[in-house]
Write a protein that binds this ligand. Sequence first.
Ligand SMILES: O=C(O)CCC(=O)C1=CC=C[C@@H](O)[C@@H]1C(=O)O
Ligand SMILES: [Mg+2]
Length: 369
Amino acid sequence: MPIQKIILRKLKMTLNDPFTTSFGTMQEKEFFIAEAIDSGGNRGFGESVAFTVPWYSEESVQTNFHIMDDFLIKMLQENEIDHPNDVLDIFSPIRRNNMAKSTLEGAIWDLYAKREGIPLAQLLGGEKTEIDVGISIGIQPTVADLINTIDHYVKEGYKRIKLKIKPGWDIEVLREVRRHFPNTLIMADANSAYTLDDVDHLKKLDEFDLMMIEQPLAHDDIVDHAKLQAEINTPICLDESIHSLADARKAVELGSCKIINVKIGRVGGLREAKRIHDFCQEQDVPVWCGGMLEAGVGRAHNIALTTLPQFTMPGDTAGSSRYWKKDIIKPEVVVENGVIKVPDKPGIGYDMDDEALEQFTVEKKEYVF
Ligand SMILES: O=C(O)CCC(=O)C1=CC=C[C@@H](O)[C@@H]1C(=O)O
Ligand SMILES: [Mg+2]
């Protein structure tokens, strides 16, 4: 692929509402958009999903820049890329830093699909023309606020509600939520807020008929999760613990989870995400696509991935307006009755809103090939 230039832009955008989890609250979001341009003027885009503070994983906005700027882009300049599947092989001398790798890999997948004139979803092997989506709701100031927020999104048609829980904001909250919403698909995400000392407490979740509990124990654990899964009926879904196909295989073998949340950035890109999908399909383990409060480019990549068949559960890819007053793609991502229509244009299927891209850019660097 004749890449002529890569542009890295650091953007700063403000979420409509603060998003609170067991590890903190976010409202300002900084991230990188990588743009890969070929000799024909085609433009491919990828989005970095690390947060400013490394509280979800060890990566941050600044480590993403350091790794891309000092290492990864040079590796792309020095190696031939025939297919986007080559990119992670080229990056393999660099350990982890998956979100940095995924930013550039994503831009190259989009560029390749545009050069071929096909949608990214189709290039990945996805066949769905629409995808079902749920929504992730942060910890709210009061239970009444939470009930109102859920009510709003249930009425908008979201197919599944994910709540954030932590010690002190869990059993009683879920009891109230279940009482108000007896038939809604509900799951809880703990972002590693518990330990095995909480087994008896976590067993109480079984009474709420949750679809799953996401990442109850340590972010780097699969052994204790297997012990917990043996004690509770609620299916465990792993998020933070899964960085690769190898992690997914070990977790499934150990019985650490019954469901996997696939985040493209966390696993190092679309190639690894697809491999995890394929493995889970063979093993009959459902997967769904997680979110990292992305802007339009990351959201579009999530939509393309979700068209693969084993994404049988609604993911966290809500509509653009849930996060942003103005997104960086045109049209923005729209959810109607809990469904997103998969775009059928080449690549990620949405156009860049270049004015918005410029408006939110706070730093920019170009790399000529
Ligand atoms: O709406 C989204 O993009 C999903 C938001 C969400 O649930 C999460 C975003 C960022 C970090 C975590 O708190 C989290 C998750 O763990 O899945
Ligand atoms: Mg999670």
